[in-house]
Design a binder for this molecule. Structure first.
Ligand code: GPW
Length: 829
């Protein structure tokens, strides 16, 4: 008997004891269907079955969670709190089945009832509480924290409406509200006792507190945060951690006041205003500055979270003096950076501490992760707005800044220009609070998200801070969880890997995939490998046929770019390549090109005109090329609508080629690059973000590199970049741009895409034209490589074999060792 089967039998025995046996699951499922949904199997809808399955799993998660909480309490473990405005979790059911290790048992239980588990899994509407990379990273990190048995809490906002649903109408993106809570959320538990007041507006006044001069904040609005908890289970362990999301409500007292004065309408208005705070996720990948509601959201969830931690610390130890020994609080970009001021405020105003000890605690509590260098994405708030909404935190920001700038003056005598550059308050363009400076000053550690990005953080946006505190700066390269992005997304690949490696231990230790290297030339493996890939391509093709109106040939090369639509990510460079191939084929119908399907997926921020125009361009080019009989299927273009975690799971396994083509120096890390590569896609990419490290790991010969380096791009820009010269010099580039301007793709409308082509020719901020030629020539090499399928499969196998580094388990270990200094605390059963 092989070890896999043996371990299955062993865990089956275990399952009888913990209510996870097939019989127990089946009975629990029927009970839940009856008692919670009020349904018999005969009349139940697919959604009823999903809800019953979800409740069946939730009960089992709760059991682990209670035991975990008890273990953490006993071990007095240090706890990581991950503060993030976004958590892009993806569907829970499939992940919990995997992490509980009961996929096969549940499937068998379902079969006994005549139910198809996969169909039930598909019923789940995912919680889209994030925009893209940053939110999904937070979700991967929660999975890894639980899997590594690290005591951790994720803190965020329970948005009533998450990221919009996208449809494509007439080639344009159309946004639809995401009413994900419409049918209830079986994974969350409302905690009616956990509620905290959060103040807004008003003014401050001094008062005498038994001889101590203190400040009182008299707000003109108090909102209540209410906690909703979702258990987050580790893989193959007993630990279950907690994601605590805050929902905003009007306070009782506020309503009573209005009622007492007979202002019924006023009371209702106040309630609506309060609840607006957690109503909707801002749909921008990189933040849109200056929105009052956004600042309120940030302060709201940060204040609730810190009050929650302080309460726990005070209740268990009778004081908050050792807060920083108990908690390590990570700021996921600057969205929660107001936490630095808020912790000071709570310690001083509520816990009556004096400034210096409060600052000692604060600056030993926070770590700050930077996720972007793009100047337009660095958050600042006008002092006017900040002070109007948060008058007391602003006073504290000023005081933090005053002390900090004294320190700078002491270190760099007479260097007032440095003082101005480093100040938390930017005085150069109206007075603005620089959140990255606040986060850096208030944290003991600052990190970037890929090696190259972390270097650029030190040498560019935070250079002055690196001069002052070099030891504060770290790198933690991003990672993604193999549970979601291999086991759940690509079960066929997972089964093949387990078979080949003789065990499923790779799911917890991705570096074990390295042993596949020895089989890279094994023809048996090649056949299985290609069969797995083809099956995934067939699935995707069928799905696209139903949802995108294109049914690509699974034998063609699937060339995929899936990510938020953004000029710096350069989806339009990809389009220029497609148009170029189209022109080559039109000019020479006998040109021998391997059939390729170009697949795009991604949402554009609703207010980002150029990104929406890029979506329209992709769909317009698709419409013409897909229908051109002369092309005869050699080229196909498909736009996958509504790219999400769920749809990503359909895409990653089916990709042959992964497009990671941002201008070097612009993509902090990227994580899609890792998800594709883990599923056997080869990468065509620039030396940007984590691409650099992916290429290092898989080997230059297994990666299609092109484009300017960050340094070259920087130098070009400094010397005055003239994109029109590239247009002049390249015949093919000129004719591709001209073809778009000719109206061929827009039913004769020559103006439609002009904003895009003009911007490229005149400004081209992301140097699309400079990189075009090298990109197109590398793409030809991709085409050649694809013809030698054996060699291609070998490269694909080596990509997967060498992905160990990009498991989020490795990232979390790095955070634990370098930054958080926390140890595992296994939960007892
Ligand atoms: F602007 N990222 C994101 F830095 O998805 F805050 N949303 C954001 O708001 C920001 C960054 C912010 C992404 C980065 O663009 C991507 O390169 C990175 O892989 C990802 O965050 C996770 O680190």
């Amino acid at each position: 008997m092989n070890t896999v089967v043996q371990s299955d039998l062993l865990s089956g025995h275990e399952h009888t004891r913990t209510g996870l046996s097939q019989a127990a699951l089946k009975q629990a499922f029927i009970d839940n269907l009856f008692y919670l949904q009020g349904r018999f199997p005969e009349v139940a809808t697919p959604h009823d079955f999903y809800m019953a399955a979800a409740y069946t799993l939730r009960d089992r998660l709760l059991d682990r969670w209670v035991k975990t909480a008890r273990s953490y309490k006993h071990s007095q473990a240090r706890t990581v709190c991950y503060l993030s405005a976004e958590f892009l979790l993806g569907p829970h059911l499939v992940n919990n089945l995997i992490n509980l290790g009961i996929m096969d048992t549940a499937r068998a239980a379902g079969e006994e009832l005549g139910l198809d588990l996969d169909a039930i899994v598909q019923e789940e509407e995912e919680p889209g509480l994030g925009n893209g990379g940053l939110g999904r990273l937070a979700a991967c990190y929660l999975d890894s924290l639980a899997t590594l048995e690290i005591p951790a809490i994720g803190y965020g906002i329970r948005y009533e409406f998450g990221i919009f649903d996208q449809t494509i109408e007439n080639g344009w993106q159309v946004e639809h509200t995401d009413a994900w809570l419409r049918n209830g959320n079986p994974w969350e538990i409302y905690r009616p006792k956990l509620r905290f007041p959060v103040k807004f507006g008003g003014h401050t006044q001094q008062y005498d507190d038994d001889g101590h001069l203190r400040i009182r904040w008299i707000p003109d609005l108090v909102i209540e945060g209410r906690a909703y908890d979702t258990p987050i289970l580790g893989y193959g362990v007993n630990n279950a951690n907690l994601l605590r999301l805050w929902s905003a409500h009007a306070t009782q007292s506020f309503n009573f006041q209005s009622f007492n004065t007979g202002d019924y309408y006023g009371a209702v208005r106040a309630k609506v205003e309060a609840e607006t705070i957690s109503k909707i996720l801002y749909p921008n990948d990189e933040p849109e500055a200056g929105k009052e509601l956004r600042l309120k959201q940030q302060y709201f969830f940060v204040s609730c979270s810190l009050q929650d931690m302080l309460r726990l610390q005070f209740n268990t130890t009778g004081s908050v003096e050792k807060f920083h020994e108990k908690y390590s609080v990570q700021l996921n970009d600057t969205h929660p950076a107001v936490a630095v001021a808020e912790l000071m405020r709570l310690l001083i105003d509520d816990y009556k501490m004096t400034w210096d000890p409060a600052w000692e605690i604060t600056r030993h509590t926070f770590g700050y992760t930077n996720h972007t260098l793009l100047p337009e994405a660095l958050e600042t708030w006008s002092v006017e707005l900040f002070g109007r909404i948060l008058p007391r935190p602003l006073e504290i920001v000023y005081e933090i800044n005053r002390c900090f700038l004294d320190e700078v003056r002491m270190r760099f005598l007479g260097d007032e220009s440095r003082v101005a550059r480093m100040s938390i308050i930017d005085e150069t363009q109206g007075r603005r609070v620089r959140m990255a400076h606040l986060a850096t000053v208030g944290s003991f550690a600052v990190n970037g998200v890929a090696a190259m990005h972390s270097e650029l953080v030190k040498s560019t946006i935070l250079k002055d801070f690196h001069d002052l505190w070099p030891e504060k700066f770290h790198n933690v390269t991003n990672g993604v969880t193999p549970r979601r992005f291999i086991v759940a997304a690509n079960p066929r690949l997972a089964t093949l890997l387990t078979e080949r490696l003789g065990s499923d231990a790779w799911v917890r230790d991705l570096s074990l995939l390295r042993s596949l290297e020895a089989h890279a030339d094994d023809t048996g493996l090649h056949a299985d490998w290609q069969a797995v890939k083809t099956a995934a391509k067939e699935d995707l093709s069928n799905w696209l046929g139903k949802h995108a109106g294109v049914t690509p040939d699974p034998a063609s090369l699937f060339d995929v770019q899936a990510k938020r639509i953004h000029e710096y990510k350069r989806q339009h460079l990809n389009v220029l390549h497609i148009v170029t191939l189209y022109q080559r084929l039109k000019a020479n119908p006998h040109l021998d090109l391997p059939p390729r399907t170009f697949i795009f997926g991604g949402k554009a921020a609703p207010g980002y005109f150029m990104a929406k125009l890029i979506i329209k361009l992709i769909n317009s080019v698709a419409e013409v090329i897909n229908r051109d009989p002369q092309i005869n299927g050699t080229l196909r273009v498909a736009f996958m609508p509504d790219f999400s975690v769920k749809n990503g799971q359909r895409l990653y396994p089916a990709a042959d080629l992964s497009e990671q083509i941002s201008l070097a120096g612009k993509e902090a890390s990227g994580t899609g690059n890792m998800k594709f590569s883990m599923n056997g896609a080869l990468t065509i990419g620039t030396l940007d973000g984590a691409n650099v490290e992916i290429r290092e790991e898989v080997g230059d010969e297994n990666f299609f590199l092109f484009g300017l380096t960050a340094e070259q791009a920087q130098r070009h820009q400094a010397q005055g970049y003239r994109p029109w010269e590239f247009r002049h010099e390249s015949e093919e580039l000129r004719s591709a741009l001209d073809l778009i301007d000719s109206g061929l793709f827009s039913h004769g409308d020559k103006e439609l895409f002009r904003p895009l082509t003009n911007s490229l020719i005149q400004y081209d901020p992301f140097m699309v034209l400079a990189d075009y030629e090298h990109y197109v020539s590398r793409q030809s090499e991709v085409g050649h490589a694809w013809r030698d399928r054996e060699h291609w499969n070998r490269m694909s196998i080596l990509n997967v074999a060498r992905m160990g580094k990009f498991s989020s388990d490795r990232s979390i270990r790095d955070y634990c060792e370098q930054i958080w200094k926390v140890q595992p605390a296994p939960a007892d059963v």
